[in-house]
Design a protein around this ligand. Structure first.
Ligand code: COA
Length: 292
């Protein structure tokens, strides 16, 4: 089966241009990939934004590009989501600059391929700390402002943990925690007007996550995979889902997980090629050493 060319529409072709006028987005991991695309889409509907990450150079460049592309204002804030104090400072900067926070995307994540046997305790902990603890830290830092605006959270998770995915024990554990955390947040904060949902992207082309994984695998994202919708995902597909979930059209939706994967979840046995890689001991050895 061949992969069809780009067809993902822009949310600007579907939703009105001003639905987020006056709103402010706080997005961790917003300097690149899926989270940057989500930020751009939300800004195109009128919001200003703070993007947060560890690499200030890349963030600043992204913020300038996002501002120019959308005509809104995007600022960069350096923070490691594992460091609550750094997040609090990024939030304080956002409030000083924009006066409010309406939307939060908890998107900062880490990933690499490693077997359980080949992974150190610190490797496992690092991903759980970035993905799961980082989500908790981001929510703690922003919640007073999101309550004040009766705003909304989107947590970026994954479909990897719905079935066992080899070499992804750390990410699977971390993202399962994110999904559970979002559900609890939705229940606790719903009465205060705050919504919390998860977007679970499938295989999305041209992202750091996919290039990290596919560079290490014998089969790439462009290999034939049985996507029911006949094409690989694009960052715009995830961005449009975020626009919907933050919009009033989703005002009765909370505590949900929305997979944006072209239906792949329902046909896959595993997110990664299996058993080919598993049956090739030399590949595994190289993979866990980060050489593939
Ligand atoms: N295989 C096995 N272990 C690995 C690894 C790999 N490919 N890459 C990192 N690790 C281990 C390290 O060896 C270290 O463990 P150790 O101290 O026992 O040796 C541990 O993970 C932490 O690595 P370190 O590089 O110190 O952490 P970091 O905080 O600087 O980096 C990562 C975080 C590891 C998640 C890194 O991959 C990263 O920054 N990724 C960028 C974001 C990303 O992956 N985005 C895509 C999301 S889908």
């Amino acid at each position: 089966m061949s992969i069809k060319p780009v067809v993902a529409p822009s949310s600007a072709d579907v939703f009105k241009g001003d639905i987020f006028q006056g709103k402010v987005l706080f997005c961790t991991g917003g300097g690149s990939g899926i989270c940057k695309a989500m930020t751009e889409a939300i800004m195109r509907h009128g919001a200003n934004a703070t993007i947060v990450g560890r690499k200030l150079d890349r963030l600043t460049e992204a913020a300038i590009g996002l501002s120019q592309a959308t005509g809104q204002t995007c600022v960069a804030a350096r923070a490691d989501v594992r460091q609550p104090q750094q997040l609090k400072e990024a939030v304080a900067m956002t409030i000083e600059r924009f006066g409010r926070i309406d939307f939060v995307i908890c998107g900062a994540a880490g990933n690499f391929l490693a077997s359980i046997d080949g992974m150190s305790e610190n490797a496992f902990r690092t991903v759980v700390e970035i993905d799961t603890l980082g989500t908790f830290n981001t929510v703690k830092a922003t919640l007073p402002y999101v309550r004040a605006s009766r705003g909304s959270y989107i947590h970026v998770s994954s479909t990897l943990h719905y079935k066992g995915t080899p070499y992804q024990a750390h990410v699977s554990a971390a993202k399962a925690g994110v999904d559970a955390f979002s559900a609890v947040l939705a229940l606790e904060e719903g009465p205060k007007g705050v919504r919390s949902n998860v977007i679970a992207p499938g295989a999305i082309a041209d992202t750091e996550g996919m290039s990290r994984l596919s560079n290490q695998m014998s089969r790439s994202i462009n290999s034939p995979l049985p996507y029911p919708l006949g094409r690989a995902g694009e960052v715009q597909d995830v961005a449009s889902a975020a626009v919907f979930l933050f919009s009033h059209a989703a005002s009765y939706i909370t505590g949900q997980v929305l997979a944006v994967d072209g239906g792949y979840e329902h046909v896959r046995a595993s997110q990664l090629p299996y058993p080919e890689a598993v049956l090739d001991p030399e590949s595994i050895k190289q993979m866990v050493r980060g050489k593939l």
